[in-house]
Ligand binder design. Structure first.
Ligand SMILES: [Zn+2]
Length: 103
């Protein structure tokens, strides 16, 4: 009743599946190995931030605000809070006041 050809195909598929699974597992392990230091650093930074009473979103906001800082002497000073805003900005990035730029 058993068909040798079908049995061979089944065994071949099984071996191919095992080989593919082995390749897949080795890839996953390699990715995990590469990500582990990053994950540890991330957890470490998160713990330090928590110790400082800060969160990632707060830090991200501060970094973005730092990137938006316009060098002194350029841009439009806010009439309300004196923050310098990028040239052409119509509203203050800090307090939202209209900058009175006539475009
Ligand atoms: Zn302002």
């Amino acid at each position: 009743m058993q068909n040798p050809a079908l049995l061979g195909i089944g065994l071949g598929a099984l071996v191919a599946g095992l080989v593919l699974m082995g390749i897949w597992i080795s890839l996953v392990l390699r990715v995990l190995q590469a990500l582990l230091p990053v994950a540890l650093i991330g957890v470490g930074i998160t713990l330090v931030l928590r110790g400082m009473g800060k969160t990632w979103s707060e830090v991200g906001r501060q970094v973005i605000q730092g990137l938006q800082v316009v060098p002194a002497g350029s841009g439009t000073p806010c009439p309300n809070c004196q923050r310098r805003n990028p040239p052409g900005a119509r509203f203050c990035g800090q307090c939202g006041s209209a900058l009175g730029v006539h475009s």
